[in-house]
Structures are given as C-alpha cells and as structure tokens.
Design a protein around this ligand. Structure first.
Ligand code: HEC
Ligand code: HEC
Ligand code: HEC
Length: 435
C-alpha cells in the first residue's frame, strides 16, 4: 500500500487535531453550561426570622421529606452525607445546615430558591437530579421563604459529605446542563384542572410539587427522568417497588381518603398494610405535618386512584392454605416455623388489629420485589415505636428458603400468576441492597 508510509507519519498530527477539536467542543459546552455565581452572604441572624415562618418551614420540610435524603441514621439532622444509589453510581445528600463552609450558611434566599427551582449550587454548578428539583420547583415563593427561614435557624453542623462515585463522564457537572435541556420538564405537572374543592387543590399543590410522590411512584426513562405522561404508573426507589397510585393500583381494598389519611399519618392502614421500605420515612415525616395538609394529600390521591379495580368492587379474598401447602411443602413448613406466630390468621398479632397478609399489595403486585424486600429487610415501625414490626431475615434465611416461602405465600393469599424464578429475584434484591 503506497499511502502507508506518509499516513503513518501524519498520525500524530491527525490525533492532535482530533484532541484539539474535542477540547474546543468541551470548552464551548462548558462555557454554554456555565451559570452565574450568587454572591456569598454572612449567615443571617436566626433571630431575624419570624417564628411563624420558621414553624411553617418545619411543616413543609416534613412534607418534602428533606430529612430522609439529608441525614444519616444516627447522624445530625440535615447534615447530609446520605448515600443515594442511582443506576449511574452513588450521590450524597448535601449538608443543608447553615454552616458557612460545609453547609448553606453563605446562601442568600435567592441562591436557595434557585437551587430548588433550577438545580444549581450557589457557585453556579449544576446539581444532580437525585435532588428532586424537577418536582420541588413547583413550590410557591412564600413556601420557599418559609423553608429557607427554617433551615437558616437550625444548628450549623460542620460536616463534609463523602465524594460521589459516578461512572465517567457524569462526575463532570457541566454534563447536567445537557440533562436539563433534554429531560427537565418546563411546564406545570398537571393538565386541565377540575374544580374539586380547596382540599383537593391543596393536595394537588403539595403532592405534585413539594411532597414529590411521583418521584418514586412513576416510571423513569433512559436518562432517569420521570416520565410525566405516565405519572403514577409505579416506579422504583432504593430497590423497592413503589406501586401505582392511579387506576392501575394493585390494592385489593379501595384507597378511600380516610384510609389514605390513616396510612400517611400512622404508617398503617388496617384495610391494607404497613408502610415498608422507603415509604416508612415518608409516613414518619407526614405524621408530624399539619393534619389538614395530610388530609389534603389523602383527598388528592384517593382521587388519582378513583378508577382502580378495588374502587369498583372489593374482591372476596381466598385463603388457599391446603392447595398452597401441597404445591410448596418446604415453603409451608418454613412459614409454620418462622412466620405463623405473627401471620397465621387468628395469631395474636392479627387479633391486635394488624392487617391480614391478603390485604397488602406486596402479594398482589405483578413483581415479587416488595414481598422479598420485607422478608430480607424486615419492617421498622414507621411512625411510633410500638407500631408494626417484623424481623429481618436476610442473615438467617438462604435465597432458596426465601424463594420457597414467598412462592407459598403468593399461592396462598396472593393474586395473579406465579412469579417465576424467585431464587433469582431474591439474589437481585440482595444485590440492589448492596449485600
Ligand atoms: C430524594 C432525595 C432528596 C430529597 C427528598 C431532598 N433532597 Fe436536597 N439534595 C439531594 C441531593 C442528592 C443533593 C446534592 C445534589 C448534588 O450534589 O448535585 C441535594 C442538594 C440540595 C441543596 C443544594 C445544596 C448544595 O450545597 O448544593 C439544597 C439547598 C437542598 N438539597 C434542599 C432540600 C430541601 C429543602 C428539601 C426538602 C424540601 C430537599 N432538599 C429534599 C437529595 C434530596
Ligand atoms: C422515597 C420514595 C417514595 C415517596 C417519596 C413516596 N412513596 Fe409511597 N411508596 C413507596 C414505596 C417503596 C412503597 C411500597 C411500600 C410497601 O410495600 O410497604 C410505597 C407505598 C405507597 C402506598 C401503598 C400502595 C399500595 O397499594 O400498597 C401509598 C398509598 C403511597 N405509597 C402513597 C404515597 C404518597 C401519597 C406519597 C407522597 C406524599 C408517597 N407515597 C411518596 C415509595 C415512596
Ligand atoms: C414479629 C412478627 C412477625 C414475624 C415473625 C414475621 N412477620 Fe411478616 N410482617 C409483620 C408485620 C407487622 C407486617 C406488616 C403488616 C402488613 O403489612 O400487613 C409484616 C408484613 C409482611 C409481608 C408484607 C405483606 C403485606 O401485605 O404487607 C410479608 C411478605 C411478610 N411479612 C412475610 C413474612 C415471612 C415470610 C415471615 C417469616 C419468615 C414473617 N413475615 C415473619 C410481622 C411479622
């Protein structure tokens, strides 16, 4: 090949040209993605905030579930460091106490409001959408002011969150400008608004915005953006399945506003089940939010689920004990030994007003994830220390045993077809839990 010699000599120059072109594109992109710094301020005097505004901010922070992502168990509240797993790696919740160096002590209200609306740090850097600003941005100015007053009057805690670990190039924040361009919804979350009263209106405002229920309960796209046109069709959070909150709700009892109100406020609906996994902290925080606001959320979500099958007619629920034991003998034996004391109909726990296992969604979902997660991780009382409790079996039962007992319970009390390969489903859940 006659061109080989000269081409080989030209390679270094071609590579250098490509490198220059790539760097130029990156530099132009970084310039385009750059956002202004908002000047630092001295930490505002906590006494300068109106106590009523601070109290309102405290309620709103509970509705916004802020503490769940900005505190670690046993750590100081709002001091950050909380690991949030995403398909692209781990992101940590920031320190949002008013510490000037490691927290938001130097942030003006404008900087705070811009972070909640645009997902930008005070220094203009783009923030990851693991911070649900795509939903929090629908919060009113008055409510953002109250949240700011609340955060700025907390104790300042000096704490630097650990570094994030993300697959390249996602550690480079300017790429998030591209994400925002492609995936951040610019419009209000809802279409035409029916006139359904002040409580419904309040519930919609909180639920679609600050409370960001759809962040967990909606499916996500390839860019991990919430698919708004499929809002409430069910989603995933921290390895748990957040079931649909629309007409496709798997619940076997109707989610009336009264039942939802009890569930959100106490972490337990006696007509359904206890709030497990990531729903536990949501209930824990809502238990301390104003009753009218929780009632409003319950009114709104009872409405989003108004066409669910359980709202049309509540089915008679079978107990197929004999058939299930014949199909899954080892699962039945395990259940008798380890679980029956709490779960066999008529057991003392049941008598004490705990819901029947037939009533919860986990055994009726189209995937086994939540049934498996409850068995692996157990259940912490979501609201009060004497609330529903179940031990974790991750360390005492093998994947095969959990698969067998799950298959038995689905056959005995669930609905829908067999879940298929449950051993694999247990291994998948353990992997998601970082075991
Ligand atoms: C689902 C988890 C989650 C929830 C809920 C959440 N945040 Fe965050 N927040 C994050 C993460 C993660 C970051 C850091 C993002 C980054 O580093 O790019 C963050 C960043 C922030 C920042 C920017 C801080 C900085 O130093 O850049 C502020 C301010 C903030 N959150 C306030 C709030 C408030 C107020 C609430 C409640 C209304 C809230 N967050 C709820 C996950 C969450
Ligand atoms: C951090 C993620 C997350 C957020 C935010 C969240 N949920 Fe959930 N939710 C879940 C998960 C996971 C479950 C399944 C828990 C279980 O099976 O016990 C769940 C369960 C539920 C259920 C029970 C559904 C059923 O049929 O079993 C209802 C109702 C519910 N959530 C309503 C809400 C409302 C209303 C909000 C907003 C105020 C909300 N959730 C916010 C994750 C979340
Ligand atoms: C100390 C009592 C206790 C023991 C022992 C116990 N559980 Fe539970 N379990 C609970 C409570 C309380 C709940 C929440 C009530 C509810 O949601 O219906 C629950 C919920 C569940 C759920 C979720 C179903 C739903 O409808 O929410 C499954 C699945 C489950 N348990 C399986 C098991 C299995 C399998 C075992 C034995 C290996 C077991 N449990 C042992 C107390 C217990």
């Amino acid at each position: 090949m006659p061109v080989e010699g000269p081409l080989r000599r030209r390679w270094p120059r071609i590579l250098a040209l490509i490198a220059v072109a790539v760097l130029t594109v990156l530099a132009i992109f970084a310039l385009w993605a750059r956002e202004p710094v908002i000047a630092a301020i001295g930490r505002p005097d906590p006494a300068s905030f109106d106590p009523r505004q601070v109290a309102l901010g405290a309620s709103l922070a509970r509705i916004g579930n802020c503490a769940s992502c900005h505190s670690v168990p046993g750590g100081r509240v709002y001091a950050g460091g909380t690991p949030i797993q995403t398909p692209f790696g781990t992101i940590h919740g920031s320190n949002i106490t008013p510490d000037p160096e490691t927290g938001i002590g130097q942030w003006s209200y404008e900087a705070f409001a811009r972070s909640m609306r645009e997902g930008l740090g005070r220094d203009g850097s783009h923030l990851y959408p693991a911070f649900p600003y795509d939903r929090l941005r629908h919060t009113s100015n008055a409510d953002l002011r109250a949240l700011y007053a609340f955060l700025m009057t907390r104790d300042a805690v000096r704490a630097e969150p650990p570094a994030n670990s993300l697959i390249p190039p996602l550690g480079w924040r300017p790429v998030l400008a591209g994400w925002k361009l492609l995936a951040l919804p610019r419009t209000a979350p809802q279409g035409p608004q029916p006139q359904l009263g002040a409580l419904w209106e309040r519930g919609r405002y909180l639920g679609e915005g600050l409370a960001h229920c759809a962040s967990c309960h909606s499916p996500r796209g390839l860019l991990q953006q919430e698919l708004r046109e499929r809002a409430y069709e069910g989603g995933w959070s921290d390895g748990w399945y957040a079931p649909p909150l629309d007409a496709t709700s798997p619940a076997v009892r109707e989610w009336t506003a009264e039942r939802l109100d009890a569930y959100l406020r106490t972490g337990l609906s006696t007509a359904h089940a206890a709030a497990a996994g990531p729903m536990g902290p949501v209930a824990h925080n809502l238990a301390r939010a104003p009753e009218d606001d929780v009632r409003a959320l319950a009114t709104y979500y009872a409405w989003t689920m108004r066409d669910a099958r359980a709202a049309r007619s509540e089915p008679v629920l079978p107990d197929r004990g004999t058939v299930a034991a014949r199909a899954h003998p080892s699962g039945a034996a395990l259940f008798r030994g380890a679980c029956a004391a709490c779960h066999e109909p008529g057991a003392p726990m049941m008598v004490a007003g705990r819901p029947d296992l037939r009533l919860g969604s986990p055994l009726h979902d189209d995937n086994p994830r939540n049934a498996v997660q409850v068995i692996l991780q157990g259940l912490e009382p979501p609201v009060e220390p004497h609330g529903p409790y179940m031990p974790a079996y991750a360390d005492t039962l093998t994947d095969k045993q959990i698969a067998e007992v799950t298959a038995y319970m689905r056959a005995r009390w669930g609905s829908g077809p067999d879940w298929g390969n449950l051993v694999e489903a247990v291994a998948d859940a353990r992997a998601e839990n970082g075991e």
